[in-house]
Design a protein around this ligand. Structure first.
Ligand code: PMP
Length: 406
């Protein structure tokens, strides 16, 4: 019996629902008490508007917010914590780059390269930037195992390419992108800026931003045990400094005159308004929790669960599993059962206490290429154990009995 990596009792929602098999962490993760307590603690002991007051309480709030940024920087291998911009999540981070860097640097005749594997958050901002600027959107196709076709990428990237937007890990099928190869290939052919969607990578793999040699990286806290509404854009200093602000208001300015402004230094230039300090503190607590587990252990745990789940799910009649083999995936098992719509499947599984995702996973370009409108997706994390796999397989067998009887 494969035990969970993190005790289920650390997670109030799971502890309160012993019969629940939560297999939807790719959508959002459950939160440990350590994170909930850190948020409560911020409001109970340190609540003041950061950066605004000359009094001790405000200084404490400011320090906690800055410590949270430093914790993120350490976790994702960024030496210069000024290069970590807090956002609402991956979606806002991508929109920030598209609006700010994109509008300032992309013009008609340029090309923007994305892949068919992207979540809409890393597809639509680039599609819309192309429409607004007259640039051409080029879409890299996939291999039969739904990994990014690197030969295609090689063919598509040229000196006209201004930006390559690519996912580190697919949310829909779990495929992990070999980023080092991508960077090598793009750098050899173009001066393109490389933007990476790390929403499904940072929760599951060690991510060394500085060593990867990319330009921008985005992720969302809520997928790594932290609250919703906080995430990060990480960028290279020279790029962030060269970019115009994304939003205007308090905190992001240096001086405001009647007819002009000067901007604050990074990261503040991109953090207009009162920051989400409490959730940044929650994110730092989640990172400390994951660091205590060890990211190598997190990865090993997910692969072990995934391998067991995949072997047993594949043994069921009429199953199609999407994506490359488990060792090349994060903890995502995306599949379909012949003649059963994924939504019906998810509803039946719910009656067995098994929470999975059914749908297009905000990846409609991929679904179209798979020739389906939806898949069923079970995703594993640190609090899952082999009983969750047993429950998933048992519920799938029950669903098959129901549909066979129809
Ligand atoms: N990219 C990927 C790969 C994702 O899985 C998600 C969330 N499902 C996003 C981007 C968007 O993240 P958020 O909704 O937290 O902004």
């Amino acid at each position: 019996m494969l035990a969970s990596l993190a005790p289920r009792s650390d997670f109030p929602l799971l502890a309160a629902n012993p019969g629940m098999h939560y297999l939807d962490s790719a959508a959002t993760s459950q939160k440990p008490a350590a994170v909930l307590n850190a948020i409560h603690e911020f409001y109970a002991t340190a609540n003041a508007n950061p950066h605004r007051g000359a009094y001790a309480l405000s200084a404490r709030a400011t320090d906690l917010y800055h410590d949270a940024r430093a914790t993120v920087a350490r976790f994702v291998g960024v030496a210069d914590s000024d290069c970590v911009v807090f956002t609402r999540g991956t979606t806002e981070a991508m929109n920030l780059v598209a609006s700010s860097w994109g509008r300032a640097n992309v013009q008609a005749g340029d090309e923007i390269v994305v892949t068919a594997l992207e979540h809409h958050a890393n597809f639509v901002p680039w599609q819309q930037l192309a429409i607004a600027t007259g640039a051409t959107l080029r879409i890299v196709e996939l291999t039969p195992q739904q990994t990014i076709d690197l030969e295609q990428l090689r063919a598509v990237v040229t000196t006209r390419t201004k930006l390559v937007a690519i996912t580190h890990v697919s949310n829909a099928v779990g495929a992990i992108t070999p980023l080092a190869e991508v960077v090598h290939l793009v750098r050899a052919r173009s001066a393109a800026v490389i933007v990476v969607d790390g929403a499904q990578a940072v929760p599951h793999l060690p991510v060394p931003f500085d060593a990867l040699g990319i330009d921008f990286y985005a992720f969302s806290g809520h997928k790594l045990l932290a609250p919703m509404g906080i995430g990060c854009l990480i960028g290279r200093r020279a790029l962030l400094e060269s970019m115009p602000p994304y939003q205007f208001g308090g905190d992001m300015i240096e001086w405001v005159r009647d007819t002009e402004c000067t901007w604050n230094v990074i990261p503040h230039k991109f953090e207009a308004g009162t920051p989400n300090a409490a959730d940044a503190v929650g994110l730092a607590a989640a990172i400390r929790y994951l660091e205590a587990l060890g990211m190598a252990n997190v990865r090993a745990h997910e692969v072990a669960l995934l391998e067991r789940a995949e072997e047993r799910v594949r043994a069921l009649p009429g199953v199609t599993v999407y994506g490359p083999p488990p060792a090349q995936r994060s903890g995502v098992l995306s599949f379909s059962l012949a003649d059963v719509h994924p939504h019906d499947l998810a509803t039946i599984l719910d009656q067995h206490g098994v929470c999975i995702r059914a749908g297009h996973h905000c990846a409609q370009p991929l679904m179209r290429r798979l020739g389906v409108s939806a898949t069923a997706r079970a995703s594993f994390y640190v609090y899952n154990d082999e009983r969750d796999v047993d429950a998933l397989v048992g519920a799938l067998e029950a669903a098959q009995r129901i549909f066979a009887a129809d």
